[in-house]
Design a protein around this ligand. Structure first.
Ligand SMILES: Nc1ncnc2c1ncn2[C@@H]1O[C@H](COP(=O)(O)OP(=O)(O)O)[C@@H](O)[C@H]1O
Ligand SMILES: O=P(O)(O)O[C@H]1O[C@H](CO)[C@@H](O[C@H]2O[C@H](CO)[C@@H](O)[C@H](O)[C@H]2O)[C@H](O)[C@H]1O
Length: 457
């Protein structure tokens, strides 16, 4: 492990980390506490030499974070050092310049070889365990290309076969996306990708041995269309989307049934869930001043859960159109890591499946944000109804369900307001207008649509 104070290259690495899309500490004062190199996946002498390094980031007022940086090293004299994320001194080969390995097809192939070999590699400060879960028709010859999609991590696709999701901010212990994919595979759920393998690391940090999953290798859906892009395009053109929405509801229900069997289910007091929502409201008000006008109405909506008992289980936790892929074999649901802003302990708690339903209802609201006619001409109403009837199998929602969905829709909108303020200020208007509608309506007849107009129309 190198202490950053003694590392002349620390500024360069910190600059790379903090400028990256996946860096979670934007706007906060971050310092680089240490860098731990894991064992070489390919040693210097063969170029590029490849290894993963773990950077520990510290904040003055918050717990630290670990980020992984896979690097492809080449002799510095023959490389463009401007593109370097790290420059290190190797005792046999002199100065080596390291670039982001996720952009390097040869490094991608080295990582795939390690996965397929199923090796465990050890070095002074750490270990990498490569594990393949399923017999997939994979080889290190598949062309490795980084995805260009906006994402919280970094994914590399291998031909038309596999996707390696490289978790950037590391969660210590088992990664939720991997755990959930494995459970859903065991249940033979059609609506999720097959898990093919994983990379796991162990390393020393301040005298403690830590472990985290580094990456997840899954089936790639080569002909997938992004659910968000499909819904936005359909809303803009007024194309019917009810069949897709109904099928999406069916797919979510199937995933919920599998999650309900694979992980512990429980009942939770509505008071406890409402208290969590009120707490989030209060925390968001600290930096979202427009919430103040609506806080009482939102709180009242959450407190309608008081005195009720909710059936809870493992859920997706951050379900929206961007977590869905439409494929020739139907809808696939991805990214089971839950809400990125929530602490892991909370993401593991059983929750109401209505949280995911509410997430998708909010997502339809986002999808029509720039197509107001879709709300007025019934497109959005039909889509919401189709999704709900696909989810419930055409069962009528009862009053209790509506109260719970309404609370989760409001909670999601509060979360989104915080998310947009921090990440996409131009989008703040979307959750904010939903919050104003929610606060202005006394009750909802149509889940996810909270305007008085709709109540009477
Ligand atoms: N199995 C898959 N097949 C094809 N594309 C996928 C698959 N899984 C994810 N993707 C694509 O990768 C993007 C990022 O995936 P996601 O799991 O949401 O990553 P992140 O957690 O980094 O945001 C998705 O928006 C989708 O376009
Ligand atoms: O990065 P994640 O996919 O885990 O989720 C975060 O980012 C999402 C945006 O990329 C955000 O979703 C919000 O915007 C979507 C449109 O871009 C919309 O469909 C969702 O309904 C809305 O919540 C998500 O909340 C956030 O956790």
């Amino acid at each position: 492990m190198s202490d950053s104070a003694a590392d002349p290259d620390a500024d360069r690495l910190l600059g790379f980390l903090t400028a990256s899309r996946w860096f979670a500490g934007k706007g906060r004062s971050a310092t680089l506490r240490s860098v731990t190199p894991l064992p070489w996946l390919r040693s210097p002498g063969d170029w590029p030499a490849v290894r993963i390094e773990i950077a520990e980031i510290g904040y003055p007022d918050a717990p630290g974070e670990f980020y992984q940086i896979p690097l492809a090293y080449r002799p510095a004299e023959s490389s463009d050092t401007d593109a370097a994320v790290r420059v290190i001194d190797d005792q046999d080969h002199g100065a080596l310049s390291g670039t982001d390995a996720t952009d390097d097809p040869v490094a991608g192939s080295v990582i795939m070889s390690a996965l397929l070999a199923g090796t465990t590699l050890d070095a002074d400060h750490g270990r990498v365990v490569c594990r393949t879960e399923a017999a997939a028709d994979l080889s290190a010859d598949l062309a490795a290309t980084r995805l260009t999609a906006e994402q919280s991590n970094t994914s590399v696709r291998y031909g038309d076969r596999a996707l390696l999701k490289i978790f950037r901010r590391l969660e210590l212990g088992d990664n939720l996306d991997i755990t959930v994919h494995r459970a859903l595979n065991r249940a033979e759920t059609a609506g999720t990708a097959r898990l093919y393998g994983q990379l796991t690391a162990e390393w020393e940090s301040r005298g403690t041995r830590l472990r985290a999953d580094l990456a997840m290798l899954t089936e790639l859906f080569p002909h997938a269309e992004d659910g968000w892009e499909l819904a936005v395009a359909a809303a803009e053109s007024g194309t019917d989307f009810t069949d897709q929405a109904r099928q999406l509801g069916v797919a979510l229900a199937e995933v919920h049934r599998a999650l309900g069997s694979a992980f512990p289910a429980a009942t939770r007091a509505g008071d406890e869930i409402a208290a969590g929502m009120v707490d989030r409201l209060q925390r968001t008000r600290e930096f979202a001043e427009p919430l103040n006008d609506h806080a009482d109405a939102l709180r009242a909506r959450f407190e309608r859960l008081n005195g009720r008992t909710l059936e809870t289980q493992r859920v997706h936790g951050d379900f929206h159109l961007g977590q869905t892929l439409h494929t020739p074999d139907g809808w696939k649901i991805i990214d089971f890591e839950g809400e990125p802003a929530k602490p892991m302990a909370e993401r593991l708690l059983p929750d109401s499946p209505w949280r995911d339903v509410a997430g998708m209802l909010r997502s339809f609201d986002y999808a029509v944000a720039d197509s107001p006619e879709a709300e007025h001409n019934g497109w959005a109403t039909a889509v919401r109804e189709a999704f709900l009837s696909g989810y419930t199998g055409d069962d009528q929602l009862v009053e209790d369900d509506l109260v719970i969905i309404d609370a989760y829709v409001a909670d999601k909108a509060v979360y989104e307001l915080g998310y947009e303020i921090r990440n996409r200020p131009d989008w703040v208007r979307i959750p904010l207008s939903a919050i104003a509608r929610i606060a202005g309506s006394s009750r909802t007849h149509q889940p996810g649509k909270d305007s008085e107009d709709e109540d009477h129309g």
